[in-house]
Design a binder for this molecule. Sequence first.
Ligand code: SAM
Length: 370
Amino acid sequence: MGSKKTDSMDTIWPISPHTAAKHDLLRNYLGAWFAIFGQSSNHDKVNFVDGFAGPGVYAAGEEGSPIVALRALLEHSAVDKFAGTQFNFLFNEHDPQRLDALKAMVERLRYELGEFPPNVNLRFENRNFHDLGQDILGSMKETEVLAPTFFFVDPFGYKDVPLELMQKLLAYRACEMLIYFDFNSVNRFATAGNVDEHFEALFGTHAFTEAPASGPARHEYLRDLYEQQLRDVGRFTYVRSFAMVRGTGHVGYYLFFCTRDLQAFDKMKAQMWKLDPSGSYRFEDRLADVLVLFEAGGSTEPLKEWLLERFAGQTVPIQVVIDTVIAETPYYSGQVKTKTLAPMNRAGVIGGANQKTVGQFPAGTSVVFP
Ligand SMILES: C[S@@+](CC[C@H](N)C(=O)[O-])C[C@H]1O[C@@H](n2cnc3c(N)ncnc32)[C@H](O)[C@@H]1O
């Protein structure tokens, strides 16, 4: 049939709760991302690349990531303000039947919403992601400054996403990426020896073979190694992993988010905290070995403890406190003042410098940590 399918799934398959979780995050984050970059006078275009786009639809009609991304823009409450920016969507899917299904889904969306605005440009590719990546690199001029580009990298499994390629593709400052990390396969096979070549490409190092044999130490080693490689080889300033945990309590996979923009990093975490976990999945992170569960209205107790240790004995300008929380913890800026510092300040656990009112930390104030 000419299909390049390398998996055993049908062209369109049933959605799983963990895919829905990915889509919730993508939808929410892209809404914020389009608002940051779509109105910026510094950029006349932005790019969204879905490298493993899928068929655009699941068995019961649920929409796939390309449609989620398009809707995030086309139904954005501020879309009228984005008219001065070109939005380039690149959807790549190597299975021809899935690509056809995706194109049909995009046409359905066009029928539903009407003709897309002229600044929304679509490109479909039917390539192996690796080849597509090489071509993108080959076609770029050495001095070209790539527009803000969001890569959604969502393969089945752990093949086809070699770190070396990702590093080259994402070398431009304004590139960021949300990537699926197939932790369970990595955990199962990393020291088995039979797929070393794929893992070597995935991690960009042989160090995965040194993972402890079992238990939490093995889990942490493999997760942290990938994170470290994204920082060191990928040269991303900010990297965070979010564990998607099944209802059974087992880690289903990790999503790694990588960026060089503190504001974007803050927005991604804000969206993570706004997700409404269902009974079948939740996202988790950790802070100094303390588990942090992402849920609306979630606790900031671990952050309080962390701040006391991180800044012990120092007087720190409020903006530095906020930026450090964004850069180094699972929390986002909106959780710092009212939810965390104010109750600590009122309880006398921390002090304030230049403050008019106890519990309030406007610009110009500092936090006095014991
Ligand atoms: C996990 S699914 C993508 C789901 C989609 N991103 C979504 O969220 O709705 C992975 C897709 O990547 C395609 N694929 C697998 N290997 C690929 C490769 N090397 N290059 C491009 N596409 C690939 C598969 O055919 C499949 O449709």
